[in-house]
Design a protein around this ligand. Structure first.
Ligand code: FBP
Ligand code: MG
Ligand code: MG
Length: 339
């Protein structure tokens, strides 16, 4: 059935989910305003913070699109606390996000994959802290494959007016106020949650606006896709090797882009599981708890999926350090339960 209105077939208007009353095509600004009443502590600061992140992502979108013309491809010749060589775009994205969050005034401190220590923004009166992976999927930057940005937002626990501390970032995954990612793919998409469902916005370059394109995203309970780096399979725990063997026996489809945001998003839409088990090189897992695992787990759970480290839900892991790593199994509920 073709519908001419903005309404999607079968879309119902639900009173407790006011955003579901918003038609596809709504701008991000209007969506945030409309939802503000559903935000905890709704004083507009979080709304502004989400707008600041959206603005920074539009700038990154532009930089990524013309990276090949601007000589911002390749290595930056510097390393980060992870022991990784930073790509030029890692550094550019990091600078752009930090600047946007500083100028926005709603964030008092930031931790980033690309910086060892806490970045104090000078906005000591601000109430929020942000953990960020400015560019996710760095190994795909120079080969024009989808990459992303991941963010996680907390309300500070240190008193307003003082300098933020590690405690503001080590509150635990269930204390996230909001989390999301931007996928720089065939289109640029902002997906986020504030704790009552997940929605996606497509960047319309001609309007310079993010437009609601995926209202109330739900992850299929089961799926037919498994995503992992098959090159490491001999390192994986026997139980995981057995699970992958069963996936192949059942003729499930192996898909691995090598960008967490892109692999996660595909599996969110189609159903599937992403696995980054322990390896010899990364026995505690490769992905970072605060700015990769927690935010993706918050979105997964809000969309009806699951995220675990094999022992407990990712959101229940008690954090001990800013850049700690974790094993990650995330995606469709029945598949994660099977693992
Ligand atoms: O190359 P590998 O070992 O398969 O790892 C790929 C994974 O590492 C990451 O690139 C890590 O993220 P960064 O690119 O932000 O460092 C994930 O996006 C991706 O899923
Ligand atoms: Mg990453
Ligand atoms: Mg990164």
């Amino acid at each position: 059935m073709i519908t001419l209105s903005n309404e999607r077939p079968g879309e119902t208007k639900s009173p407790e989910r006011p955003d579901l009353a918003l038609p596809v095509g709504t701008t991000l600004d209007r969506y945030i305003l409309h939802r503000q009443s559903a935000f905890r502590y709704a004083t507009g600061e979080l709304s502004q913070l989400l707008r600041d992140i959206a603005l920074a992502s539009k700038i990154i979108h532009r930089e990524i699109n013309r990276a090949g013309l601007m000589d911002i491809t390749g290595s930056a010749g510097s390393g980060n606390i992870q022991g990784e060589t930073q790509q030029k775009l890692d550094v550019v994205a990091n600078i752009r996000f930090i600047r946007a969050l500083k100028n926005g005034g709603e964030v008092c401190a930031i931790i980033s994959e690309e910086d060892d220590d806490i970045i104090h923004t000078g906005n000591s009166q601000a109430k929020y802290v942000v953990a960020i992976d400015p560019l996710d999927g760095s190994s795909n930057i120079d080969v024009n494959v989808s990459i992303g940005t991941i963010f996680s937002i907390y309300r500070r626990v240190s008193p307003v007016g003082t300098e933020a501390t590690e405690a503001d970032f080590l509150q635990g995954g269930r204390q996230q106020i909001a989390a999301g990612y931007i996928l720089y793919g065939s289109s640029t998409l902002l997906v986020f949650t504030t704790g009552s469902g997940v929605s996606g916005f497509t960047y319309d370059i001609s309007l310079g606006e993010y437009i609601l394109s995926h209202a109330d995203l739900r992850q299929p309970e089961a799926g037919f896709i498994f995503s992992c780096n098959d090159g490491n399979v001999d390192d994986y725990p026997v139980s995981v090797q057995r699970y992958l063997f069963r996936c192949k026996q059942q003729r499930l489809t192996g898909r691995y882009i090598g960008s967490l945001v892109a692999d996660f998003h595909r599996n969110l839409i189609k159903g599937g599981i992403y696995l980054y088990p322990p390896t010899l090189k990364a026995p505690a897992g490769k992905l970072r708890l605060l700015y990769e695992c927690y935010p993706m787990a918050f979105i997964a759970e809000q969309a009806g999926g699951k995220a675990t480290n094999g022992l407990q839900p990712i959101l229940d892991i008690v954090p001990v350090s800013l850049h700690q790593r974790s094993v990650l199994y995330i995606g469709s509920r029945t598949m994660v339960e099977e693992v």
